[in-house]
Design a protein around this ligand. Structure first.
Ligand code: SAM
Length: 285
């Protein structure tokens, strides 16, 4: 399976400026790529509290971070519980936090997870303890609800047409047949798969991704101490808007990135997943 390449790694470390003895939080620890760099940069005694909702991601993070011993604490939790977890581990106030939203390459590449167009399942849950899968939405929601979802969360102009075709051809049990049906409905123009926006909408709904981003931001204000920084990486405009507005509207944060930091051409060539990444950094005042 493809290893996950951390996005904007040097930029994140520069932004958070980890120091010896500092305490950091990675709310989306994934395979532990950013976390490892944070621990290296805060050697010999900086510490990291890492969260992820995905059991497989945590297993990988445990392997990657094992050499750091007790400097790394890993907890399976949704980052919407950030404040509770930080309080449990006596991690408040901390010196900085990272949230690298979205999917890891391992999740995307695993056909059993149903995230990619060729998957033979239609699941899309990042945390398999949650109840609703993409198949539940596709097979049970009525046409108008599906059209609204695909329009709002996918920003897909052909949402009505796609919703109609889904309702005519369902039930769907694999991402592949769903992607094929959408391609059949709207045709294929250019390199981007015509189901991309619909898949984004389903994933956002299954995992409550936008609600989760909105829920975690105010918790950062309580968890990060004065002078501490946060680095937030988003992968699409809906998410980025929530982050941007939060920093704009909250005087407790000084925005350090008037324009978000984006990968260079070379970085996206080496790591295509980075293509749409935007990094915003703010400091707690
Ligand atoms: C882009 S990956 C992070 C990769 C990581 N920075 C690295 O370097 O390996 C995002 C991770 O966040 C996790 N995740 C997404 N939403 C989450 C949530 N609400 N709570 C906890 N973890 C979440 C996913 O399971 C995934 O492992």
């Amino acid at each position: 399976m493809k290893a996950h390449v951390p996005v904007l790694l040097d930029e994140v470390i520069q932004a958070l400026a980890p120091k010896r003895g500092g305490r950091y939080i990675d709310g989306t620890v994934g395979a532990g790529g950013h976390a490892k760099a944070l621990l290296d940069a805060s050697a010999p005694d900086g510490k990291l509290l890492g969260l992820d909702g995905d059991a497989e991601a945590l297993r990988l993070a445990r392997e990657t971070l094992a050499p750091f011993g007790e400097r790394a604490i890993l907890v399976r939790s949704n980052f919407t519980q950030l404040k509770t977890v930080a309080a449990e581990w006596d991690w408040m106030p901390c010196d900085g936090a990272l949230l690298d939203f979205g999917l890891s390459s391992m999740q995307l590449a695993n056909p059993a997870r149903g995230f990619s167009f060729t998957s033979d399942t239609l699941d899309m849950r990042m945390d398999d303890r949650t109840a609703v899968t993409a198949a539940d939405i596709v097979n049970e929601w009525d046409e108008a609800e599906l059209a609204d979802l695909i329009y709002e969360y996918g920003e897909e102009r052909a949402a009505r047409k796609i919703a109609r075709v889904i309702c005519e051809q369902r039930p769907f049990h694999s991402a592949q047949t769903l992607a094929d049906a959408i391609q059949g409905a709207v045709g294929r123009h250019g390199k981007i798969h015509p189901a991309t926006r619909t898949f984004q909408a389903l994933r956002l709904a299954v995992n409550h991704e936008l609600e989760n981003v909105a829920a975690v931001l105010p918790q950062l204000t309580e968890v990060v101490g004065s002078g501490g920084r946060v680095a937030l990486i988003t992968f699409h405009s809906l998410e980025d808007r929530i982050v941007k507005n939060f920093f704009k509207q909250n005087a407790q944060w000084r925005n350090l990135t008037k324009h978000p930091i984006q990968p260079t051409y070379q970085q996206t060539r080496e790591n295509p997943r980075a293509r749409s990444a935007k990094l915003r950094v703010a400091e707690r005042v």
